[in-house]
Design a protein around this ligand. Structure first.
Ligand code: CA
Length: 519
């Protein structure tokens, strides 16, 4: 039946960097089921997020618009569920629709999922074990591990679907989000030393201050809970001294200034009671990375298993040929690169989204695609496959041609990013925007509050620009914005940035003519 409209199974995890997928050449882990998706279809090397953080990325995907349009600029600005979204268009266009797992766009009548025939979601960040959920507006209390519960609910819904209508399902995993609680059956994995990224000991020289000021370092900004270590008892009255503040009372594991002080430190595993001691800062830093990555990669193992189960189900149901299956993450993630965990930045590890897709009727098997795409393109792509028009307010472009391996002559050559939360108290990441093409990346750290919730009003602006030559310096270690021989490139990138901001209606915080006058 060549005219049959495809089902769309969109599987998205939370904070899964492409570095932890073997199809992307990971030296860290094996993900045979994600790789199976890549072998059956396409792998995108240049899919980017418009704002590298959970809630805004989800809003961009669902609405097909940038965050200044959909209003979800930060973690604390929830989606107005009266706005149009792609599920509503697909539902009105004859699709049966479902949303299962992490929603993270707000709760209650004004923010709960809309446009879905069935929805079952984790409140806020959700829990890994026995997670409370809200199902079609009712509180439920399933037992078990979140990744398995979400997979089971998706499988059950697919099995009971109406066979005569195509379906659109969003399967949104909580994993591998912090605090990386894995299923006990994967405890045995990653016992050997996990390799360190090339930039693990980055000293943040030759860059804007944003890099050195961010509190996202593996060495000093991970909590006892993050690393499954026993946190010292702190009387409630003193809890304001914990670095993460009163609201969580999660304390950072110390990173003493000297090797001598490291020798005084004793850390206790909260799972086994094992006691760890240290001879040096270097040893302590590596210990933290190993524990972080062990936990992270074990949660990814469950994601990979889930993807395999869903692919098996589609084959068993006889609908693999008729179903577009996408795997992505709401953004990338730092896995020790630049010494960091977390996301937020336009630097490639967090800017880039993994994107694997199979659709045997149309997408060739085993192809790698280098065309530029971003998360606002997802909604127009689904509508295109469904034979429905893309509403004029959507700002992305259908990826259907590029997924077939045909890049149209007028296809976008850039990806835009804007992070609005300035210097939030936990991570101290500077607000910024920027643009990337296949060769260069231009970043403006405007670093002002601009009334974005979550921003710290007490900080003073430290504005700066960065230019990275991604061919000569793919690890983004040297800011070449101020190099006199890069002036023409800076001007060209500024022009592209201005053009993009004008196209999408985002308000610049810079004046390119003034910037050029100072070069
Ligand atoms: Ca996320």
């Amino acid at each position: 039946m060549p005219n049959r409209r495809p089902n769309i199974l969109f599987i998205m995890s939370d904070d899964h960097g492409a570095q932890a997928i073997s199809a992307y050449g990971s030296g860290l882990n094996q993900t045979p089921n994600l790789d199976r998706l890549a072998q059956n279809g396409a792998k995108l090397n240049h899919c980017y997020v418009t704002n590298s953080i959970c809630t805004p990325s989800r809003a961009a995907i669902l609405t097909g618009t940038h965050n200044h349009v959909n209003g979800v600029t930060t973690l604390y600005t929830h989606l107005n569920n009266q706005l149009p979204n792609v599920a509503k268009y697909l539902q009105a266009g004859g699709y049966q629709t479902a949303m299962v797992g992490k929603w993270h766009l707000g709760e209650g009548p004004e923010h709960c999922p809309t446009g879905f025939d069935f929805w079952s979601v984790l409140p806020n960040q959700g829990d890994y074990f026995d997670p409370p959920m809200t199902e079609n507006g009712e509180a439920i209390q399933p037992k078990g591990y979140a990744t398995e519960i979400i997979t089971q609910k998706c499988s059950d819904w697919i099995k009971q679907r109406h066979p005569d209508k195509p379906f659109f399902m969003m399967c949104h995993h909580k994993a591998p989000h912090r605090p990386w609680q894995y299923h006990p059956k994967y405890e045995h994995l990653f016992q050997d030393e996990i390799p360190y990224p090339a930039t693990f000991d980055d000293t943040y020289e030759n860059r804007a201050k944003a890099a050195s000021e961010a509190r996202m370092r593996v060495e000093s900004h991970m909590t006892y809970l993050d690393l499954d270590l026993v946190q010292p008892y702190i009387p409630a009255a003193n809890q304001e001294y914990s670095e993460m503040g009163k609201k969580t009372a999660q304390m950072m594991v110390p990173f003493p200034e000297t090797d001598e002080d490291c020798k005084q430190l004793k850390l206790i595993c909260s799972r086994t009671g094992e006691v760890f001691t240290f001879e040096s800062r270097n040893q302590l830093k590596r210990f933290k990375y190993q524990r972080y990555m062990q936990k992270y990669l074990r949660t990814v193992a469950s994601i990979d298993e889930s993807v395999g189960q869903l692919l098996d189900l589609l084959e068993a149901e006889g609908i693999a040929e008729d179903t577009i299956v996408i795997y992505t993450s709401d953004q990338g993630f730092f896995l020790g690169e630049h010494g960091w965990y977390d996301k937020r930045f336009i630097y490639d590890e967090s800017f880039r989204m993994p994107f694997l897709v199979q659709y045997p009727r149309e997408i060739p098997a085993g192809v790698t695609i280098d065309s530029m795409a971003s998360n606002v393109d997802f909604a127009p792509t689904w509508l295109d496959y469904a034979g429905l028009p893309t509403p004029s307010h959507m700002q992305g472009y259908s990826m259907r041609s590029i997924l077939k391996g045909n890049e149209p002559d007028d296809w976008q050559q850039t990806a835009y990013h804007r992070y609005w939360m300035n210097q939030d108290e936990d991570h101290n990441a500077y607000a910024h925007y920027g643009i990337r093409d296949h060769h260069y990346k231009l970043i403006y750290w405007y670093n002002e509050q601009l009334d974005a919730p979550g921003s710290n009003p007490a900080t003073h602006p430290e504005k700066d620009w960065e230019l990275f030559d991604l061919k000569a310096d793919p690890l983004e270690l040297r800011n070449s914005f101020y190099d006199t021989d890069k002036k023409d490139i800076v001007i060209r990138m500024l022009h592209m940035l201005d053009q993009k901001q004008a196209e999408i209606g985002d308000i610049p915080q810079h004046d390119s003519q003034q910037v050029i006058a100072t070069l």
